[in-house]
Design a protein around this ligand. Structure first.
Ligand code: BTN
Length: 272
């Protein structure tokens, strides 16, 4: 029997903070302090530690995470070189309830960066999953800090780039190589993501989610679908997703009434 060796996937180009900074500078972005680490437990956790220690790092990116964190206590599988694992710190004008839709803004920026670097169409599944052809390719995790009047956030985004046969998450997932046949340059993707996120956050801080809502509506994969949602210890809400409102809450038309759900508290399943 002939055995055809599997073509070995090329090693990914190493992440390089200088390259990312140069790209940002030529795109006219204000100076952001970008740091690249070979491995951390979680870029969100490590960036919080660095800031607490007085370091002025704005963006932390790692080649690998040993304890990458997903939403609702889940793990984010983060093998070396297989994805982009990036966290960005930003302070906002208060009060903190203004930041309710921050996860959606992060999802929008991630989706825009993927579109720009890979030419792919993305879908957004509330509150902050980025999908391609119905499979999750990226997710966002927001850790809030600061005070009610001077809130801040660490915005973490993980994008699956090329898992090269490694085991991925349990839910239906994909990576950018599988869907496009190409592996994007991670330094370019990082720079485009930082630029997009900075611009979107500025608009969000100035005008709220409503400034970005039309972009969400165009990519919303849930509208019209039957969904089930539940938070901790709450009863299940079953109904049809009607899109998001101006605060970024998911509207579900259930048998009893129209429900509006906050992102942080809900697990969601779609039904046929
Ligand atoms: C999710 O979809 O459950 C959220 C995933 C968020 C993953 C990113 S990777 C960079 C940052 N660091 C973490 O530990 N998590 C986020």
């Amino acid at each position: 029997m002939d055995v055809h060796p599997q073509p070995t996937a090329p090693e990914p180009t190493a992440l390089d903070a200088d390259l990312i900074r140069d790209r940002l500078k030529s795109a006219g972005q204000r100076t952001v302090s970008v740091r690249v680490a070979p491995e951390v437990d979680s870029t969100n956790t490590q960036l919080a530690r660095l800031r607490a220690a007085g370091e002025t790092v704005d963006v932390l990116i790692a080649e690998a995470q040993s304890a990458g964190r997903g939403r609702r206590g889940r793990q984010w599988i983060s093998p070396p070189g297989c994805g982009l694992y990036l966290s960005l710190f930003r302070a906002f004008a208060g009060p903190v309830r203004r930041l309710e839709a921050l996860g959606l803004v992060a999802g929008l920026a991630g989706a825009a960066a993927i579109q720009q670097c890979c030419g792919l169409q993305t879908g957004l599944k509330w509150p902050n999953d980025i999908q391609i052809d119905g499979r999750k390719v990226a997710g966002c995790l927001i850790d809030l800090g600061g005070t009610d009047t001077l809130p801040s956030a660490i915005i973490g985004i993980g994008i699956n780039i090329d898992f090269r046969g490694q085991t991925g998450p349990e839910q239906p997932w994909t990576d950018l190589r599988q869907v496009s046949g190409h592996v994007p340059d991670r330094n370019r993707l990082a720079a485009v993501l930082i630029e997009q996120l900075s611009n979107d956050l500025q608009q969000f801080d100035a005008r709220g989610f409503v400034a970005l809502q039309a972009r969400w509506d165009r990519q919303d994969v849930l509208v019209g679908r039957k969904v089930e949602a539940w938070g901790t210890g709450e009863r299940v809400i079953r109904g049809y997703a009607l899109g998001v409102d101006q605060s970024g809450r998911l509207m579900i038309q259930a048998a009893d009434r129209l429900h509006r759900l906050h992102g942080g508290e809900v697990t969601l399943k779609t039904r046929q």
